[in-house]
Design a protein around this ligand. Structure first.
Ligand code: ATP
Length: 266
């Protein structure tokens, strides 16, 4: 079960350079995770530089939290295990507690490792609801206990990284275990431009395309929204070509795909 969710550091395929903007977030993660994982000897003296066992990334959907988690594993040279509530529950419901124990045993053998808990509110959200399943409650308690039980030697090399769009749904017990909380916010125009540059890096763009104009007119768009907009624009020339082929007889030769015109998509 976990093995399918495990990705070794060289195979993740995302680096910090593939993420536009979010410079402050990247630099905080460098200090909190990358350095201690890559150079543990620098953090082993005295009590001031304590390793961080848990970090929470919170912010609106599509702002790059999952992308950051993956890139962080690459940059830290760590294995990456991604779990959600359904990794530990769903059809394995009865075994959720055992599975949770196994996850931590497995992780300690794989250190350095980042355990990414996407939608951490759904796995470890507010407790004690009237309809809470007994197995969920036990799994959650087991998760907390195993997390607390990470020996300090391990904790430098095992990080729980939670992500949520709903930080207010987390209860105090979880918040306490995620002492570093990093806001991953929607990009402003300047940062939208940086993200667009990365998304469009390898595209054949219409001459005269103005990236600033697009960045300025996409207020409120997340990185994911920008990506979807560009995908839709990239698809348009394909649709047009197919349409043209339907009308013109094949023998006349196919026209070339025209470049992307993002102005159509504002
Ligand atoms: P959710 O909260 O909905 O799970 P998320 O914050 O985890 O969203 P991602 O899944 O990381 O967001 O982002 C979705 C996609 O949007 C990414 O795979 C990437 O293609 C694009 N994207 C988002 N932010 C950025 C960014 N800063 N730079 C480049 N691409 C981005």
């Amino acid at each position: 079960n976990f093995v399918s969710a495990l990705v070794p550091p060289g195979e993740i395929g995302v680096k910090f350079d593939d993420i536009g903007a979010l410079e402050d977030v990247k630099s905080a993660l460098n200090e909190l995770v990358i350095l201690p994982m890559r150079r543990p000897e620098l953090f082993s003296r005295g009590n001031l530089l304590r390793p961080c066992k848990g970090i929470l990334l919170f912010g609106p959907p599509g702002t790059g939290k999952t992308l950051l988690a993956k890139a962080l594993a690459t940059e830290a040279g760590a294995n990456f295990i991604s779990i959600t509530g359904s990794t530990l529950t769903s059809k394995w419901f009865g075994d959720a507690e055992k599975l949770t124990k196994a996850l931590f045993t497995f992780a300690s053998r794989l250190a350095p490792v980042i355990i990414f808990v996407d939608e951490v509110d759904s796995l470890l959200g507010a407790r004690g609801g009237a309809f809470e399943h007994e197995a969920t409650r036990r799994m959650r308690n087991e998760f907390m206990a195993a997390w607390d039980g990470l020996r300090s030697k391990d904790s430098q090399r095992i990080l729980i990284l939670g992500a949520t769009n709903r930080p207010f749904d987390l209860d105090d017990a979880v918040i306490r275990r995620l002492p570093r909380r990093i806001h991953v916010d929607l990009p402003d125009a300047e940062n939208r431009k940086k993200i667009l540059k990365i998304i469009l890096a390898n595209e054949n763009l219409e001459p005269g395309f103005e990236i600033d104009k697009l960045a300025n007119s996409t207020e409120g768009y997340s990185g994911s929204d920008l990506k979807n907009l560009c995908i839709a624009a990239a698809y348009r020339p394909v649709q047009e070509l197919l349409e043209h082929e339907k009308q013109v007889h094949k023998d006349n030769g196919s026209p070339m795909l025209r470049p992307l015109n993002l102005d159509d998509f504002l």
